[in-house]
Design a binder for this molecule. Structure first.
Ligand code: ATP
Length: 338
């Protein structure tokens, strides 16, 4: 991709794309980030996962040079974010979780404004804007007022803005939040293409199953600390227990099944569903599983479906937090992922 000389990124490829060491950030007495360390190799797509208030946005804002740490260092492309913020900004595309659009500005004018701010001039600027609009499928909306678009279109504009200077590293804070399923798929496809181009991407989300598909590894943060960094398999294996998840459907009200499960031995209710419940049976033994089904039927439940489920990433995450609290978590927490 052709770029003006003044914004050519300088990147030290002998170091990982992102290195975070002992990052700490407090707001008054609240320790939002408490000694976070991780590194991300070039070309990796890493999901950043954690509950509300876990410290994701605070960490990402420091990476994006928008806030300062109290302690610790962050290097992006080999450059310290506190000492060399201008260099870091040239290497980095930042997509915040909330996106302010301007009134009375079309999509084209909006991108043109940022392209000028980045130093693009003349024909080169027009060409770069066109490339970004084509990539994000915004060309048909070039003349649309930027504050009169759907959430999905707005997110694509926000991504387009972040991509104007063709950054090698992208940091995306909850880009899929509030998108309908179609817009989510479209955004996912764009992220996949960027990943194929070799960009390094750190992306936060609550939708764990989607992140699992899209990311090379997942970085889990809880109460300002990294609790796990690994791929989706290592996560589900690390929290594996001697239990089986079964999805049960019954005729009529699921309440009857839930009442039954509350008093049944060796069974925990994971969640109630529209036609039944997801249950955790505290055994992996096949005859025990068959025995549970037999008991349901002899106790009068009209079971229409009873099947084992793969452990979902969400369940593994919740189990992991419980195991960490009890000090029984067996998974590894590698900080560097190739
Ligand atoms: N500027 C601020 N002043 C005071 N407290 C803050 C500030 N920014 C964040 N916090 C607090 O720091 C903690 C971490 O917030 P952060 O936004 O990083 O979490 P998060 O993981 O991104 O959560 P969410 O998924 O809800 O966006 C929260 O308790 C939050 O209330």
């Amino acid at each position: 991709m052709h770029q003006p000389a003044q914004i050519l990124p300088e990147m030290d490829r002998s170091q990982p794309a992102i290195v975070v060491e002992n990052l700490q950030r407090s707001f008054g007495s609240l320790q939002a980030v408490q000694g976070v360390s991780f590194s991300i190799a070039h070309g990796q797509v890493v999901g950043f996962v954690g509950a509300n208030g876990a410290g994701k946005t605070t960490t990402m804002r420091i990476l994006a040079t928008l806030d300062y740490p109290n302690e610790g260092t962050v290097k992006i492309g080999g450059h310290n974010v506190v000492h060399y913020p201008a260099k870091v900004r040239r290497l980095l595309g930042w997509m915040p979780d909330s996106f302010g659009t301007y009134e009375h500005m079309t999509v084209l004018e909006y991108l043109d404004f940022y392209a000028r701010a980045l130093g693009y001039k003349g024909q080169e600027r027009l060409q770069r804007i066109q490339e970004v609009m084509d990539f994000t499928d915004l060309t048909p909306l070039a003349d649309r007022m930027s504050n009169k678009m759907s959430k999905g279109q707005t997110q694509r504009l926000c991504l387009g803005r972040a991509l104007l200077h063709d950054p090698q590293i992208l940091i995306m804070d909850e880009p899929a939040a509030g998108l309908d399923p179609k817009a989510r798929v479209e955004l996912k496809q764009l992220i996949r293409i960027l990943a194929e181009e070799g960009k390094t991407i750190l992306i936060s989300s609550h939708i764990l199953s989607e992140l699992g598909e899209m990311c090379d590894s997942l970085l889990f943060i809880d109460k300002g600390r990294i609790v796990h960094h690994g791929n989706a398999e290592s996560m589900t294996q690390g929290t594996a227990t001697e239990t089986t998840l079964v999805n049960v459907q019954v005729v009529g009200e699921p309440g009857q099944l839930v009442q039954w499960a509350l008093t049944a031995p060796m069974i925990e209710i994971v969640e109630e569903t529209k036609r039944g419940a997801r249950l955790r049976i505290l055994s992996k033994d096949e005859s025990t599983l068959a025995g549970v089904l037999r008991r349901m039927i002899t106790d009068g439940l009209q079971v229409t479906d009873y099947h084992r489920e793969e452990r979902r990433l969400e369940d593994a995450f919740i189990d992991m937090l419980g195991q960490i609290d009890k000090g029984t978590f067996k998974g590894e927490t590698p900080s560097h992922v190739e």
